[in-house]
Write a protein that binds this ligand. Structure first.
Ligand code: NAG
Ligand code: NAG
Ligand code: NAG
Ligand code: NAG
Length: 796
């Protein structure tokens, strides 16, 4: 049991170790050092030891030594092409065990010394000055070799044999300028490769007898074929092509950089026609000479796709229709003619198997395939970058193309005039590219009804008319780089999922876009001159509500263009308060604020007796004002007390417990006739004495007060005080409300004072007492002379 457990444990550890090593292997990060085009004459010495990719191509390095790269033990890729190296010893790489990609092409190598190097996958020795093939016996052990680039002026079977057992993907064989077939013209048959590219010497008439048909390659490319001399008639090269008929493996042939005559050119097609080749491409062609009209023999071909790119011809007096006829009647699926001066293409004379035609970048006019009824299988047609002018003609052209799904007529000068005949596209059309033309709004009246993808970018469209025939299948619409002022709704394009409308003149996009376009998956509306005002806010909000992947280029390509103060601000960062944008909201807000204020005032009045507070404040300020007007000196000289207090004996409890403590604690001197009694004087004299020495006289009014005789006298005396005439020196405190009827008739003085309401009301609520006392103190506060001594003398 224990033993089994520990075994499992050990396995687990080993497993984890293996896992870790694997992770490290797969996780190895590349360190790229690029020192190309620096005019270097040596391999730089300051390279990081961790370097995995080193590019020192296009320099002037003439030597590669072990010490140069010895320490770069992690080197995987080394590019030294386009230098001046003449000699190479393969043993310099003996310490670079990781090296798998070595590019030594375009040097001046004449000789290499051999040394085992097993890990190379890519070895390029092409475009060098080798005489014999630079193949070492040791190459035979490079079982991982995928690409081998060679150059030589002679091919020897013996050299090739040492790598015959390898399965190489691609071999590039560059034949030097001095190339002559000295030895074995069949030396290619031992090159075991999928794809073979032979580069013949440039600028040399083709007079080789190399048999390429013996090659094992499925794909063959031949570059630099020049045969312009009339006496040979390109016979050497045509002979090479004719031999390909023996090779049934070959399926793809590319001829690159050809200079020949029209007759030889047509002959090449005829020869390839009867081989096993399915894909034939021919590019960079220079043609001359006259063309003899001969029949093209069509039957028995494997050809599926023919592509012709970049053809120039120095003869224009050719029977062009003959050439067009040869091509138009080819029974193949794909046909491309691009970058030629082709001005026309005729309609195939019988039902054509063409599926894909690419005639981009030529000089075709509207007359191409006019009234052509034999292209009913055609699925894609590109007429990009030609001389097309009238859309109506192109619409008419498609009429009989019953299978046409994709049409590219971009980069022409197409316009559409509604009055020019009626518009009936082939119903099968699904993808239509009309970008980079001069189409206007009217184009929306002439669109294929089932179109799914429509490219109209870079035209002259200003609006998408509302009443266009509905395009229910339309999924992708590109109207970028036009002059549209509005974001269209999806009313007529109910399936729209991709809209590209950047670089237009949209300033106020509608916020209802996303409501209208429910199926939208992607919209690009960036780089428009957005007007950052209140209206835009809703659009920005509506963007915020959709997923961020939907809005392409957000937020970087959405910027304010107007007003000036916001120019360049990202829409994302543009904020205005909701209030300033909504008049109704503004009015409602003001209304509500007013109402709340009114309610607050009412509450304050009802529950907190605001008017009482206001009256108190008012009296307080008046008192302060009055106090300032009296000549202080005069007062201060005669006065000993701040206030004399008159009250009924029934209210004495309040006076002693509330009034006195609250006033005297602030240092206010109070004169009470019974407390500050001067012996030997009558009560009346004492009262008068008190009144005269006090700044103010306080009367505590209550129903009790009214009943008291004494109090009445005191009021009378106080009122007629010699010092301060009038009632300025009187302070009335209404302790309890006094019903008017209870005041006796003779108390007319009290009645008038009460009527003037110049009294302080004693508040029942505790929280108001503070203010009451403050107010009272303020009205009797005056700075008195320090007459303490005199007081003592009088009272004690
Ligand atoms: C190739 O490798 C084998 C075994 O690994 C070895 O015996 C042989 O000598 C090598 N050949 C060359 C040419 O290096
Ligand atoms: C023909 O062209 C179409 C479209 O370019 C391509 O998808 C297809 O693979 C081509 N067929 C052949 C046989 O080359
Ligand atoms: C339309 O053609 C232009 C080139 O003229 C190309 O850039 C664009 O991608 C094409 N549009 C579509 C939808 O394929
Ligand atoms: C669409 O509206 C335009 C102008 O608004 C008008 O000239 C045209 O006749 C209308 N087309 C249809 C099909 O209703």
């Amino acid at each position: 049991m224990t033993k089994t457990n520990s075994t499992i444990f050990h396995f687990a550890i080993i497993f984890m170790l293996i896992l870790e090593i694997k992770i490290q292997l797969s996780d190895k990060s590349e360190i790229l050092v690029d020192r190309s085009k620096r005019g270097l004459i040596h391999v730089p010495k300051d390279l990081s030891l961790e370097t995995t990719i080193l590019d020192i191509s296009q320099n002037d390095i003439s030597e590669l030594r072990t010490s140069d790269i010895l320490s770069l033990s992690k080197l995987r890729i080394l590019r030294i092409s386009h230098n001046r190296i003449q000699y190479l010893d393969m043993s310099v790489f003996k310490f670079n065990q990781e090296l798998e990609y070595l590019d030594l092409s375009h040097n001046k190598l004449e000789k290499i010394s051999c040394h085992p190097t097993v890990n190379l996958k890519h070895l390029d020795l092409s475009f060098n000055a080798f005489d014999a093939l630079p193949i070492c016996k040791e190459f035979g052990n490079m079982s991982q070799l995928e690409f081998l680039g060679l150059s030589a002026t002679q091919l020897q079977k013996s050299k090739v044999l040492s790598i015959a057992h390898l399965h190489i993907n691609k071999v590039l064989l560059v034949l030097g300028d001095l190339y002559r077939e000295k030895e074995d013209p069949e030396s290619l048959q031992d090159l075991n490769t999928e794809s073979l590219h032979i580069v013949f010497p440039t600028g040399k008439e083709f007079n080789f007898i190399l048999d390429v048909s013996v090659s094992t390659a499925v794909s063959l490319e031949l570059s630099n074929i020049k045969c312009v001399l009339e006496e040979h008639g390109c016979s050497y090269f045509l002979h090479v092509l004719s031999k390909l008929q023996k090779n049934s493996r070959l399926s793809s042939l590319t001829l690159n950089n050809i200079e020949t005559t029209w007759n030889s050119f047509i002959m090449m097609f005829q020869l390839v026609w009867h081989t096993s080749i399915e894909y034939f491409s021919i590019l960079n062609v220079k043609l001359q000479g006259q063309l003899q009209v001969r029949d093209f023999y069509y039957p028995d071909t494997s050809l599926k796709a023919l592509s012709i790119y970049q053809v120039v011809s120095n003869m224009f007096s050719l029977s062009q229709s003959y050439i067009y006829k040869i091509f138009a009647n080819m029974k193949i699926q794909n046909f491309t003619v691009s970058g030629t001066q082709m001005v026309h293409m005729v309609c195939p004379s019988q039902m054509s198997p063409f599926l894909h035609l690419d005639f981009s970048n030529n000089l075709l006019t509207d007359m191409v395939f006019n009234n052509c009824e034999t292209l009913t299988r055609l699925e894609t047609l590109s007429l990009q970058k030609n001389e097309l002018k009238k859309l109506a003609n192109i619409v008419h052209m498609t009429k009989e193309m019953k299978s046409l799904k994709q049409l590219d007529i971009s980069q022409n000068s197409l316009s559409y005039d509604e009055n020019e005949g009626y518009c009936s596209w082939t119903i099968s059309l699904l993808t239509l590219n009309m970008s980079s033309n001069i189409l206007t709004d009217s184009v929306f009246r002439c669109l294929p009804p089932r179109v799914k993808v429509l490219d109209l970018h870079n035209n002259r469209i200003t609006t998408i008319p509302e009443n266009v025939t509905s395009l229910e299948a339309l999924q992708e619409l590109n109207v970028a780089s036009n002059s549209l002022a509005h974001l269209p709704g999806c009313g007529t394009f109910s399936s729209l999922s991709v809209l590209i409308i950047d670089y237009n003149s949209i300033s106020n996009p509608s916020a209802h876009f996303f409501q209208s376009c429910q199926k939208i998956r992607s919209i690009n509306a960036g780089n428009n001159p957005f007007q950052c005002t209140c209206e835009l806010r809703e659009f920005i909000q509506s963007i915020g509500q959709v997923s961020s992947e939907v809005v392409e280029g957000w937020p970087d390509s959405y910027k304010c263009d107007y007003p000036g103060s916001y120019k360049g601000t990202l829409l994302k960062d543009f904020h205005v308060s909701p209030l300033s944008c909504n008049t109704a909201l503004l009015i409602v807000t003001i209304g509500i604020t007013g109402l709340l204020l009114a309610i607050a005032v009412t509450v304050l009045c009802i529950y907190f007796d605001l008017p009482w507070y206001l009256r108190m404040m008012c009296q307080w300020t008046q008192t302060r004002h009055r106090a300032r007007n009296i000549s202080l000196d005069k007062l201060q000289r005669t006065l000993q007390f701040h206030a004399f207090i008159s009250y009924s004996g029934h209210d004495s409890g309040w006076v002693r417990n509330e009034l006195l403590p609250n006033l005297e604690k602030e240092g206010i001197r109070i004169c009470l006739h019974e407390r500050n009694f001067v012996p030997g004087k009558s009560i009346v004299e004492n009262i008068i004495n008190c009144i005269e020495k006090s700044y103010k006289s306080i009367f505590v009014l209550s129903p009790n007060f009214v009943q008291s005789e004494w109090c009445h006298y005191e009021l009378y005396f106080a009122h007629h005080n010699l010092l301060h005439e009038g009632s300025n020196n009187l302070i009335l405190i209404l302790l309890e409300p006094i019903p008017k009827y209870s005041i006796p008739k003779s108390y007319h003085k009290l009645k008038t004072l009460m009527a003037q309401r110049t009294y302080l009301e004693w508040p029942k609520e505790k929280n108001k007492h503070g203010l009451f006392w403050a107010n009272l103190r303020a009205s009797i506060c005056i700075k008195l002379m320090d007459q303490t001594k005199e007081i003592e003398h009088i009272f004690i």
